[in-house]
Design a protein around this ligand. Structure first.
Ligand code: CU
Length: 151
């Protein structure tokens, strides 16, 4: 069933520059931009990448990510040692005051597991980012092909 409200939401979420500031508290300092997800087939974990911004005078931590499109979303960091690299889970990541932290291939990323549906390149998926100041920011993340190198 498709209601006009759902169509309206879909139109909003489809906008590349969409960011949900509306639900944030008045003191909101955190925001997210340039979010994308690497499409990989089947149940392979997908990497999610974005920029977290902090306009405030105090550092703020990104403490979690959630999405209705996946059963599990974790903060990961890739560590390279010589020719090998591995990933470890991190509890939270600090975004410096008046600064930006880039989540990018080879570094911090979101690991998205247990997709509810096959990801379609060219579509977009909303992710919700939770910050230590109580903010929850929803960003629309573009699904890009597996060969995408970063931004
Ligand atoms: Cu990972």
């Amino acid at each position: 069933m498709t209601t006009s409200r759902q169509l309206f939401l879909a139109a909003l979420l489809g906008g590349a520059a969409f960011q949900a500031f509306a639900a944030a508290p008045a003191s909101a300092s955190a925001s997210v931009s340039d979010c994308w997800i690497r499409a990989l087939p089947g149940n392979l974990p997908k990497g999610g990448y974005f920029k977290a911004h902090n306009a405030g005078d105090q550092p703020v931590n990104l403490v979690g990510i959630s999405s209705n499109a996946f059963g599990m979303a974790m903060l990961h960091r890739t560590q390279s040692q010589g020719s090998t690299s591995s990933m470890e889970m991190v509890e939270q990541v600090a975004v410096p005051a008046h600064g930006t932290l880039a989540f990018a291939p080879g570094n911090y990323h979101v690991m998205l597991e247990e997709p509810k549906h096959e990801l379609k390149v060219g579509s977009s998926i909303p992710l919700t980012f939770s910050f230590s100041n109580g903010q929850k920011v929803t960003a629309s993340c573009a699904v890009k092909s597996a060969g995408t190198m970063g931004q």
